[in-house]
Design a protein around this ligand. Structure first.
Ligand code: GAF
Length: 396
């Protein structure tokens, strides 16, 4: 494959190994169990989850794995193969901003589950983490960690973990991210990590939490969905993401609606706002329409026809919402030039990943063109991932 860098998913039989090995070498003895949750891409419906919109993400075959053992002294001791760093401290001390970094995603889940009454105070955990979701690539490695650990904590506490039982775990994972890690994200990522089904995208209504599994059979159209990780780091805690969310909340106040889903006349709403609020709202309202359009095409088995909506989504995110980047635009343009049916940035943006819907026989040409364009422009070397719609968090 002429030098293009593919990240191959780890098969289910060996994915637990590194977390189990780290657990034994750190804590001695075996974990009580091993749990996993997937990263995700969003097919369409970007920056609308916190606006009460519709989103259509699916789970990737790249996962975060946690090996966990309960301890009775209220201490959390968490280690990760990714950084080699560990965090150890009393769970009673967990508060907004503490701990900082990746440990917030684990400690924050316990904090939230204590507050919601799902875990009894004094419960502690030893946790070893390993992830095959690239970190900082906009593929939701943080939600995968929260959800893998939330499921572990629930299982070990004897709580139900069917779809209904997962709802409070989703809420706890979102609270961990919003309140302890300080990223004001919207909840799409945790929902798909907990509720995804193989072969399907999750149509999630973020206003009322309703879900529908939409069949996503790329083979039926001889298509592939290629994830392009631009290797330009994407961060959700540096203010730009929160700035967009705040702009939407302010626009709701100005328009007198609870969420942008409640806007009765989209054209009048946009016309009544000044710049840049008008462009931000135009993106959200248009994007929600595009999600309906794509879900409808998928329901009718017309996967190859969704490309145009993906392209319009990217243009709107680039021009109206202004969350794309040089690297993402380069990847999208190069994919289309080489024969993709559609391409767009996916996730929060400002770096991170794009997706391209590609006829199977054009995959090599697309990845080569994307890599070549990045090299010519002096951008970071991208890597490529396989986007097979996969399953949700589970015990291994
Ligand atoms: C990030 C956030 F975590 C999600 O909640 C969502 O807002 C997404 O960006 C943009 O659609 O992944």
């Amino acid at each position: 494959m002429n030098g293009a860098q593919w990240v191959t998913p780890v098969d289910a039989a060996s994915v637990a190994g590194p977390a189990e090995a780290l657990f034994r070498s750190t804590f001695g003895g075996a974990a009580d169990g091993v749990w996993t949750a997937p990263g995700r891409v969003n097919l369409i419906g970007e920056h609308v989850d916190y606006a009460g919109g519709l989103v259509l993400p699916f789970a990737l075959p790249y996962v975060t794995v946690v090996a966990v053992r309960v301890r009775g002294d209220g201490i959390l001791h968490a280690v990760s193969t990714h950084t080699g760093e560990s965090w150890r401290g009393p769970l009673d001390d967990v508060a907004p901003g503490h701990p900082a970094g990746w440990a917030a995603y684990v400690a924050g889940v316990v904090w939230a589950l204590h507050r919601s009454g799902h875990l009894t105070a004094g419960t502690g955990f030893d946790v070893a983490v390993h992830s095959t979701v690239p970190v900082g690539s906009g593929l939701s490695s943080s939600a995968a960690l929260e959800c893998a650990f939330a499921l572990a904590a629930a299982d070990l506490a004897g709580l139900p973990t069917d779809d209904a039982g997962r709802r409070p775990l989703i809420t706890a994972s979102i609270r961990a991210e919003n309140e302890i890690a300080g990223a004001s994200t919207g909840g799409m990522d945790q929902s798909v990590a907990m509720l995804a089904r193989p072969g399907h995208a999750l149509l999630l209504d973020c206003r009322d939490g309703a879900t529908r599994h939409v069949s996503l059979d790329f083979d039926s159209a001889d298509a592939r969905l290629v994830v392009i990780d631009t290797n330009a780091p994407h961060r959700l805690v540096d203010g730009k993401y929160g700035n967009r969310r705040a702009a939407i909340e302010k626009a709701c106040v100005d328009l007198g609606v609870a969420t942008l889903r409640d806007v009765a006349d989209p054209d009048a709403a946009v016309a009544g706002l000044s710049s840049p609020a008008a462009q931000r709202v135009r993106h959200v309202l248009g994007e929600i329409r595009r999600v309906r359009e794509v879900a409808d095409l998928l329901d009718r088995g017309r996967i190859a026809d969704i490309g145009d909506a993906l392209n319009r989504s990217h243009a709107s995110l680039r021009d109206d919402y202004e969350v794309s980047s040089v690297e993402l635009d380069s990847a999208v343009d190069a994919a289309l030039e080489a024969g993709a049916w559609g391409a767009r940035m996916t996730g929060g943006g400002f770096g991170g990943s794009a997706i391209a819907l590609v006829p199977a026989d054009r995959v090599d040409a697309v990845v080569e063109n994307v890599a070549r364009r990045a090299e010519t422009a002096g951008l970071p070397v991208p890597q490529f991932l396989h986007a097979e719609p996969s399953g949700s968090a589970h015990r291994l």
